[in-house]
Write a protein that binds this ligand. Structure first.
Ligand code: NAD
Length: 469
């Protein structure tokens, strides 16, 4: 890279650019060469990303084990498989996604060529979170590469080991000028946010989401905010409670509850609360044995700060299951709270840990009212055998996504746009949706210079005679 990449001029002379400025400048220069525009370049990069995942699986797994206590199979199942699927789909469908999209014409344009042409936006900033650090950082990257953008990748500093693997190994596989990885914490992210981007894709909490949006507004940069919140789970008394609780237990305690779409709390009628607690107890034992602490498939809280935050949420509520912990290992047992009050501490923020409060409601109507009285969640789960009730709850509530009779699996369907609404985020991604969101969908109309006669009516003077035409 030549020296002017690192020096910037201002009124008092030359000064050295920060590492973040350099990364953005390099990415912008790379983008302006135009080499990311041809589809074969994008496909080569995507295939190379796939090689990275395949060849560096051991490094990826070891880092996740240190950061989050994730098992090898858990990593494969919850992070790697979906990334591979996403890459394969992008490689396969890219020619179709990137092709001009003919549009319906009106009478005035009947002879013209009218189409939408997806075009790259420029330099995209991807800021990742730590809970599924590969999925939330590389999935948007896949779509951004497919769309022909340059990308500055900022992994979360909270997953220390994973960020290091991303920084050290990703550039060995990708065009490192086009896709630089910038590591660091709040200071570095804020420095990045001062730069001008053509799009910012942020995954993380709502509070920082607001800061990202504010910074983006200085350059009128569009944003996708993949945020979190409290995703409710309604269990109707008219359903197979055994099956419902198996699925809820899985969705809640996978990754130690640190899943953006984990069911945050259960709403059910008082008559089934005991049964729900008992079924979850059986499932916890079946999935994680009597000793989850020493069981490979049960994870850990990411760091001491979050450990303390999650433990503090227990304050003032009745523990029905679990509740024990070990700070030295950042271990919190799978925990269920019963008869939780809406004003309890655990109901004031996203839990993002292995604590599952149960709140009782007198009916589905009260559940709907409860859900609507709070911020719009990222996911809503409804367990019921009554299809009419499911449809009614969907019609009378709002959430980023909704899933009936299971947890989390809507995330795996690439055809479904994944994203929040209101406080749980804006914009969406997965599959073609990422491609479209990170492209400019440019309206194109091409006409010839012939047939000038039919334009007469639009040129002044607008005489009555012309209007009669
Ligand atoms: P985090 O602390 O890693 O923060 C995310 C990113 O924001 C990091 O890269 C970090 O450097 C940056 N950051 C943090 N503070 C900042 C500041 N003051 N200024 C500028 N940048 C800053 O992750 P987190 O926020 O703890 O992530 C957990 C949250 O993410 C949860 O709310 C969860 O629901 C949500 N989440 C959402 C999705 C989704 O797809 N919607 C996926 C995963 C996580």
């Amino acid at each position: 890279t030549d020296v002017c990449v690192f020096l910037q001029v201002n009124t008092s002379g030359y000064y050295r650019m920060t590492r973040e400025q350099q990364a953005v400048e390099q990415a912008r220069r790379a983008f302006l060469t135009g080499r990311s525009r041809p589809l074969d370049y994008r496909i080569r990069q995507l295939k190379s990303l796939r090689c990275f995942i395949a060849e560096k699986k051991a490094d990826i797994t070891a880092a996740l084990q240190k950061d989050l206590g994730k098992s090898e199979n858990g990593t494969e199942l919850y992070e790697m498989l979906s990334l591979e699927g996403e890459i394969m789909a992008a490689v396969k469908h890219l020619p179709k996604w990137a092709a001009p999209r003919p549009m319906e014409k009106n009478l005035l344009t009947i002879m013209d060529e009218v189409y939408v042409q997806p075009e790259p936006l420029g330099v995209v900033l991807i800021i990742g979170a730590w809970n599924y650090p590969w999925a939330v950082t590389l999935k948007p990257l896949i779509g951004a590469i497919a769309a022909g953008n340059a990308v500055v990748v900022k992994p979360s500093e909270v997953c220390v080991h994973t960020a290091k693997v991303m920084e050290d190994l990703l550039p060995l596989y990708l065009d490192k000028e086009m896709y630089p990885v910038v590591t660091g914490g709040v200071t570095e992210t804020q420095e990045l946010l001062k730069q001008r981007f053509d799009h910012i894709f942020y995954t993380g909490n709502c509070m920082v989401g607001k800061l990202v949006m504010e910074a983006a507004s200085h350059h009128l940069t569009p944003v996708i905010l993949e945020l979190g919140g409290k995703s409710p789970c309604y269990i109707d008394k008219d359903c197979d409670i055994t099956v419902a609780c198996r699925r809820v237990t899985w969705g809640k305690y996978v990754n130690c509850g640190q899943t953006c779409i984990a069911p945050d709390y259960i709403l059910c009628e008082p008559s089934i609360q005991d049964r729900v607690v008992e079924e979850i107890r059986k499932c916890i034992k079946e999935f994680y044995t009597d000793d989850p602490k020493n069981f490979a498939d049960y994870g850990r809280i990411i760091n001491k700060r979050h450990f303390k935050r999650v433990m503090a949420l227990l304050e003032g509520s009745t523990v029905a299951l679990g509740g024990d912990s070990d700070e030295s290992e950042r271990y919190i047992a799978p925990t269920v709270l019963r008869d939780v009050k809406p004003e309890a501490k655990v109901m004031q923020e996203e839990i993002f840990g292995p604590i599952l409060p149960i709140l009782t409601v007198s009916s589905a109507d009260e559940a709907i009212h409860f859900i609507n009285s709070r911020e719009k969640p990222l996911a809503l789960y409804i367990f019921s055998s009554n299809k009419k009730l499911i449809k009614r709850m969907i019609a009378e509530t709002s959430s980023g996504g909704v899933l009936a009779n299971d947890c989390l699996v809507h995330f795996t369907v690439s055809a479904l746009p994944f994203g929040g609404v209101g406080n749980s985020g804006m914009g969406c991604y997965h599959g073609r949706h990422t491609f479209d969101q990170l492209s400019h969908l440019r309206s194109c109309l091409i006409r010839g210079l012939a047939m000038e006669k039919i334009n007469t009516v639009r040129y002044p003077p607008h005489t009555t005679e012309k209007m009669r035409w």
